[in-house]
Design a protein around this ligand. Structure first.
Ligand code: NAD
Length: 358
């Protein structure tokens, strides 16, 4: 049976990467019908909003989207389409597998981690009060001397509901993917109320998976040191939003950086698959950047659609092309100015050719 998937090409390098990813996925034999929905800067000029209602409607209807990066102009007041989409669809789980593929230059060979980040609350809830505002001054008073007068204040809400839902997501992901351990990460020695609640909730969820998936806990600072010293000891990491934002980039760095790091934002019955990197505007239209991250996001999508065989076929071909190191983009060459680097399209061609050889 085929699947209908919303394709959001995005802007900047998004359209060329989406074309590459789409071609590779189609060549894998996956039966996918694409419903293309433009969003981003050009749409803003035409339709007055960078994220028209038709886009989220399409994702909701199809339940799955593959999305290219979208620019968030700085200092213009234009809201981030990426954040808006996550909010509108309640995509509460950010999934970021960080796996090293031989051939990608990194100090850390063999890393294979998954970071699960809570996407809806914490300091990212956007409840902020500027210094001198009535609200900030009220909170300063509530602080009973613990907050300096004239402070700006950001609120960090953590709920049992969202913590339970994200930790359960991490355990389910572990079970479905044969992973052995879930590590919860927070800082409850300092934030006893919020991070204490996160850990307590995580422990309750972990009990339900006892005997199937191991569970442990780390303070976020110690976790950072562990990850750069012994990343092989960890498997699935789950954490609130801010720590997740930071650690997922750290883990992407462990395995070779932005060009190869896929991601997904997942909610109840709806999921958007996208690379971690942004729209790299300076390379837009140059057929230069690495399509791997979006193609691997497509691999995650195929697994989500239970197209496991085609997902494995694409992943094997990507891994083989990277291991060979010949038809790869500049960022995967030993030197960035290597004249043998190929373009986005040519790397996708090489991946397609590899699938046909197999
Ligand atoms: P960026 O990820 O777009 O690019 C930073 C640098 O990383 C690039 O200049 C390039 O050198 C390198 N890079 C990124 N992707 C690459 C790839 N596929 N292959 C090779 N090299 C690659 O980050 P930025 O410049 O901070 O952000 C640009 C725009 O993208 C901003 O408007 C930002 O808001 C947006 N953004 C969007 C998303 C998203 O759509 N989910 C995510 C992050 C940033």
């Amino acid at each position: 049976m085929g699947h209908t998937v919303t394709l959001i090409p995005g802007d900047g390098v998004g359209p060329e990467l989406s074309t590459a990813a789409r071609r590779v996925i189609e060549a894998s034999g996956a039966k996918i019908e694409w419903e293309t929905q433009e969003a981003g800067l050009a749409v803003m000029e035409r339709e007055g909003t960078p994220l028209p209602e038709r886009v989220s409607e399409s994702v909701r209807r199809n339940g799955v989207a593959l999305k290219g990066p979208i620019t968030t102009p700085r200092g213009t007041g234009i809201r981030s389409v990426n954040v808006a989409l996550r909010k509108e669809l309640d995509l509460y789980a950010c999934l970021r597998p960080c796996k090293h593929y031989p051939g990608v230059r990194t100090r850390f060979a063999g890393v294979d981690l998954v970071v699960v980040r809570e996407n809806t609350e914490d300091l990212y809830a956007g409840v902020e009060f500027a210094e001198g505002s009535v609200e900030a001054d009220q909170i300063v008073r509530l602080g009973g001397g613990r907050i300096r007068d004239g402070s700006a204040v950001s609120i960090k809400p953590i709920s049992a509901f969202a913590s339970q839902r994200i930790v359960d997501f991490a355990f389910q992901h572990a079970v479905a993917n044969g992973r052995k351990k879930v590590t919860a990460v927070a800082k409850d020695n300092i934030m006893k109320a919020t991070d204490g609640l996160f850990f307590r909730t995580a422990r309750e969820v972990a009990r339900r998976y006892e005997g199937r998936v191991q569970y442990d806990e780390w303070l976020v600072d110690a976790m950072c040191m562990q990850l750069v010293q012994k990343p092989e000891l960890y498997d699935v990491l789950v954490m609130p939003n801010l720590y997740g934002d930071i650690l997922s980039d750290l883990c992407a760095g462990l395995v070779g950086g932005l060009g190869v790091a896929p991601g997904a934002n997942i909610g109840a019955g709806v999921a958007v698959f996208e690379a971690i990197h942004g729209s790299a505007p300076k390379y837009a239209g140059m057929n230069k950047v690495n399509p791997t991250a979006l193609i691997l996001s497509g691999v995650l999508m195929l697994h989500y659609l239970n197209e496991n065989e085609t997902a494995d076929r694409v992943e094997r071909a990507v891994a083989a092309v990277i291991a060979e190191g010949k038809s790869v983009t500049y960022d995967l060459k030993p030197r960035r100015d290597d004249p043998t680097a190929v373009g986005t399209k040519e790397m996708a061609d090489a991946i397609i050719a590899k699938m046909r050889e197999a």
